[in-house]
Ligand binder design. Sequence first.
Ligand SMILES: Nc1nc2c(c(=O)[nH]1)N[C@H]1C(S)=C(S)[C@@H](COP(=O)(O)OP(=O)(O)OC[C@H]3O[C@@H](n4cnc5c(N)ncnc54)[C@H](O)[C@@H]3O)O[C@H]1N2
Ligand code: MOO
Length: 406
Amino acid sequence: MISFKEALTLIAKHLSPFPPIYLPVWEAKDFVLAEDVIAKVDVPNRDVSLKDGFAVRSEDISEANPENPVVLNLVGQVFAGGDEDFEVLPGTCVRITAGAPLPQGANAVLSEEFSRVEGDKILALADAPCGLNVLKRGEDLSADNIILKAGTLLSPMEVGILAAAGFDRVKVFPRPKVKIIATGDEVVAPGKPLEPGKLYASNLVTLVSWCKHFGFPVSWALINDEKSSLKKAIEETFSQNDVLITSGGAWRGPKDLVLKVLEDLGWQEIFNYVRIGPGKAVSFGKVDEKVIFTLPGGPPSNQMAFLNLALPGLFKLSGRDMDPFPTIKAFNRKPLSGQKHWTQFFFGKLFKEEDKVYFEASPFKSRLSYLGQAEALAVLPEGKTIIVAGEPLCVRLLKPFCSCSF
Ligand SMILES: Nc1nc2c(c(=O)[nH]1)N[C@H]1C(S)=C(S)[C@@H](COP(=O)(O)OP(=O)(O)OC[C@H]3O[C@@H](n4cnc5c(N)ncnc54)[C@H](O)[C@@H]3O)O[C@H]1N2
Ligand code: MOO
């Protein structure tokens, strides 16, 4: 069995993003840019006003103040998006709105708060140094300059910037298409009757939901412990998807068929079982270019193997940083212990007390109810056997959590 670190290294080594695609900017949020982006246009593409007020020649009103206002002749008005063409000559001004192009001759904008209008004249009550309230052409984004680097994960703000810079589509890494197959004669799809000894496919619903949460196209199937059905389902998966994730049937029992079927299909096993708890019965491999993660069936193992190995793999395939969750500093509340040569993961809850955040691990005995309450994930790394109460931890947030104490 390999270590958690070795497993992550192998995932990083064997997976790389698929060839880039073009997406409309409208759809590109949460995708990763596949190339540096160079602005196509200047923003703004003329010198524009930042305020509603009057376009002036700065030198005309350099002495203006409320006691000694300077009178200017108002010769017209320009609006954002308009194409009026005025010239500001000495002693004149033009009414202007925010975003409107600065008329010829003007070099500053006097905010309307510092003026009084009297018929076709205005009284300037303050000076307006050259350049005041003016955004110069290309001062925000400049054509031919790199505005976003390859590898940027696009936020709503960044896709807006791409649109501003002249793009209606953008080159990004595609997200892999994922199929999740849950196995087990005892596992029943939600909505079906539940006979004694059976259970609903909670893992499957959770896995599909994580995939949706991170925007991966995902589909699923529930297959009984029968070799030919499983083989058929896996073959079908490869014809239409990039990644197969199986859930359950990953141990070595007579009904644990997943690895047997993959072996029949001639898979390239990259690792089989990892020194992590829970979740050790996790494997990773490929059939040609198709990527496969097999996850153990027990709910805590299933989640930990998915969140710590399969999900980072899906992120790597999408060109994203391999850690899907933000981290915060928290102090450990109850001692966490584990074995020296294993990496132990803990789901837990967070508490805010005064200016500190505390992490308290969930006991695993009652499994699903604790999974449902988990807010964060903590790690006891290999080589360390205990994290004492009060010790600081870096925990990964599974749900939004505000750590501010004010
Ligand atoms: N000799 C040993 N046997 C087992 C060990 C061990 O260390 N030594 N580990 C156990 C643990 S822990 C787990 S986890 C499993 C992993 O193997 P499998 O993947 O073959 O597990 P399954 O038998 O398929 O399922 C285990 C458990 O989870 C339930 N289950 C399965 N699928 C779902 C689903 N979609 N939704 C909800 N629950 C599911 C299943 O009914 C079982 O109760 O190996 C153990 N054996
Ligand atoms: O490792 Mo498992 O999920 O049955 O406890």
